[in-house]
Design a protein around this ligand. Structure first.
Ligand SMILES: Nc1ncnc2c1ncn2[C@@H]1O[C@H](COP(=O)(O)OP(=O)(O)OP(=O)(O)O)[C@@H](O)[C@H]1O
Length: 662
């Protein structure tokens, strides 16, 4: 101790001797100084330390107001990608439900991650600030998101010009590549009842959960050519940012998926998300009250995302101009929520069609990049055309009944079989049948352990399948962009399926025309081999003047003279057989027409059908001879009855010979 006591450091003791009176002086000054003086003192202190401090600092919040800050997410992914978290001493680890990857985050501000970019060192610190829950509950009546997160970036002042913004651009690029390969996809949903708030009190309108759907384009059963086209479209969208910049278009794309239930619309959305590695925003329109809310939802979606509106025709009911739903105040078409009884015109604050159109294609839709809009519907004919125009829905994709080539994908998925001796039988059983991939998948799952039994069960089901009538089968498939007035479609449908309705000769003609029209617009892939040229030829055949022209070339005096009626079931049967004939002869227009004629002749020979059909098809003959069809005691002149159709089709045959029909 003595020895220690003798130790003297003259410089230090001298300095201490001078420091103590100085500190005492500062304390006295502080105590005697007015409050304004304190502020001035603090300012001087900060300015001095700013001058002496060689570093500068940047803050990156997770949210800016209510908007997610993509840079925050990018930094997180960047640090994860370069395994920077491995170097940190205190890291928070968590695995979100339903995910494979472990997520890392810096535990708190006490730890720092060092990153080196082009020889320059940067320091990252992460902060989590607990919010005052009581204040938030009090203000907003819900349980708020309890923390506000931010990164702090520390760099040397001398590096600032070289690092920024280059380093941040590098982070964004790196995170994008990394997330493309590794990121777990998330699905977001909106609800009126979501009460999450950011630190500044803005409302967060989406709730997220990890999304893990096994559907990919490999497992999707659809026509290979269509599948390739969709994938190509998505790839070109994702990779061709410069195209959008060059052409001044917003970097977004709209897809409409339509077709009967169970044909894979939802599966395709999942496949798209897995293919692009984009998050999904599943928009529940029923949960959106106003156009303002809709806009808010849109701007809270992040880049590289798919915004989905499923069953657009069901989730909202458009009251359009035809049904008198035009709002007096806004001039907008109003959308009503199911169960709403109030006249939409009385409530201008609702979500309107105009609001929805703006959501997809308006000024606000551009406040983000790489966004894909996907609408789905089972009833494309019900959608407003404005919604479907290019620019809003750039690609309209029909997902229809299962075909043999789609079946092969299902067989691979469920039976791990690419080929089988029974495949030939399955292929021929598919002709003209309307079973959805979901139905086929069910059969395959049931007997997946025994390939033979599974395939036999598919064959049996197909053989027993009663194909839907063309109007039914394609009522979802008409091309809206080209569709005629809604009422025309309805009348065709009514005639084709109309319960107790009876139809007369005139009606049968319009039914035939309707069938042809529907087939022409058909998105049923089994009929897709019919070109529009083919369809117009069939249409030519079915023109009333052709159908009504008798074998001797005379026209009937008046259709009303022959008011014979055929039951709707007969018509339905007729439609089914016409469709089956068309499917059977797809790509061969001449055989198809021959088949239809043959079919009509067979039916007319059938005594049960005779009475109805003869009255419908034959009166042209009767009128020429002055007899009404109903007066015929003997079977009508079948040859003449169908000869008009045949004669008309002869023109088609001749053109075919001239090579005009492909
Ligand atoms: N094209 C397809 N390829 C592979 N699987 C399919 C396909 N279509 C249907 N499935 C199977 O059927 C199930 C239901 O299909 P999905 O939900 O995608 O049909 P959807 O057309 O969206 O039906 P809805 O209109 O009723 O929503 C899927 O989980 C999938 O197993």
């Amino acid at each position: 101790m003595e020895h220690l006591g003798k130790l003297k450091v003259p410089g230090v003791s001298q300095a201490m001797g001078q420091l103590f009176p100085l500190l005492g002086l500062v304390t006295v000054i502080r105590q005697t100084m007015p409050p304004e003086g304190h502020e001035a003192l603090n300012y001087c202190r900060r300015a001095l330390s700013g001058l002496l401090n060689p570093f500068c600092f940047f803050t990156i919040q997770e949210f800016e107001g209510s908007l997610p800050n993509d840079l925050y997410r990018d930094i997180h992914l960047h640090l994860e990608s370069c395994k920077a978290y491995n170097k940190a001493k205190r890291v928070t680890l968590f695995r979100k439900p339903n995910t494979t990857s472990v997520t890392m985050r810096l535990a708190d501000s006490s730890d720092v991650i060092v990153d080196i970019y082009k020889g320059m060192t940067v320091w990252w610190t992460h902060y989590e600030e607990a919010k005052d829950k009581l204040v938030y509950r009090h203000l907003y009546g819900g349980n708020s998101g309890s923390t506000a997160r931010k990164f702090q970036l520390k760099i040397r002042k001398r590096d600032k010009a070289r690092l920024l913004p280059e380093y941040l651009d590098y982070i964004t690029q790196n995170s994008s590549t990394y997330s493309g390969k590794n990121r777990d996809i998330k699905i977001f949903t909106n609800s009126e009842h979501i009460h999450q708030f950011t630190i500044d009190g803005s409302r967060r309108m989406w709730e997220e959960i990890p999304y893990k759907h096994p559907s990919t384009f490999d497992t999707l059963a659809m026509e290979p050519a269509l599948k390739a086209k969709v994938m190509e479209d998505l790839t070109s969208f994702m990779t061709d940012q410069s195209f959008y910049e060059r052409t001044g278009r917003a970097w977004k794309r709209g897809y409409l998926l339509y077709g009967p239930p169970g044909t894979g619309k939802s599966s395709m959305i999942a496949a798209m998300a897995n293919f692009l590695k984009y998050d999904i925003y599943d928009l529940e329109l029923n949960q959106v009250r106003t156009n303002g809310d809709l806009r808010q939802l849109l701007i809270q979606t992040s880049n590289r995302s798919i915004i989905v509106l499923e069953d657009i025709d069901c989730s909202v009911k458009f009251t359009n101009s035809r049904t008198g739903g035009r709002s007096r105040n806004s001039g907008m078409t109003t959308m009503m929520m199911p169960g709403d009884s109030m006249n939409p015109e009385d409530d201008p604050n609702r979500v309107t069609l105009s609001g929805l159109l703006n959501f997809v294609d308006g000024l606000w839709s551009c406040c983000g990049d790489e966004r894909i809009f996907v609408f789905t519907t089972n009833h494309v004919e019900k959608l407003d055309k404005a919604l479907l125009r290019p620019g809003r829905m750039d690609m309209q994709i029909e997902l229809s009944y299962c075909t043999f080539s789609a079946f092969k994908v299902l067989a691979q998925n469920y039976l791990s079989t690419q080929d089988h001796p029974l495949f030939a039988k399955v292929e021929s059983a598919f002709a003209g049948k309307t079973m959805t991939p979901a139905q086929i998948a069910e059969l395959l799952i049931k007997d997946k352990s025994n390939v033979d039994i599974a395939l036999e069960s598919v064959i049996t089901a197909l053989e027993n399948n009663v194909p839907e009538s063309p109007a039914e089968a394609t009522s979802t498939g008409s091309d809206v962009a080209n569709s005629k007035d809604e009422n025309d479609q309805d009348s065709v449908k009514d005639l084709a399926v109309g319960g107790d309705k009876s139809v007369g000769r005139e009606n049968l003609i319009s039914v035939l025309q309707g069938v042809i029209e529907v087939l022409q617009k058909s998105t049923d892939s089994s009929l897709s081999l019919f070109t529009s040229q083919d369809a117009s030829k069939i249409q030519e055949v079915a023109k009333p003047e052709n159908l009504l022209t008798s074998s001797n070339g005379e026209r009937p005096s008046s259709s009303t003279q022959h008011e014979s009626e055929a039951s709707s079931s007969t018509v339905k049967d007729l439609l089914q057989s016409i469709r089956a004939t068309l499917v059977k002869n797809k790509g061969d227009i001449n055989s198809a027409i021959e088949g239809i004629i043959q079919d009509l002749e067979n039916k007319l020979h059938n005594p049960d059908m005779n009475q109805h059909i003869a009255a419908v098809v034959e009166p042209a003959n009767g009128s020429a001879t002055g007899h009404s069809a109903t007066e015929c005691s003997s079977p009508p002149n079948l040859a003449n009855g169908t000869s008009s159709l045949k004669a008309a089709s002869n023109g088609v045959y001749r053109e075919a010979e001239n090579g005009e029909i492909k």
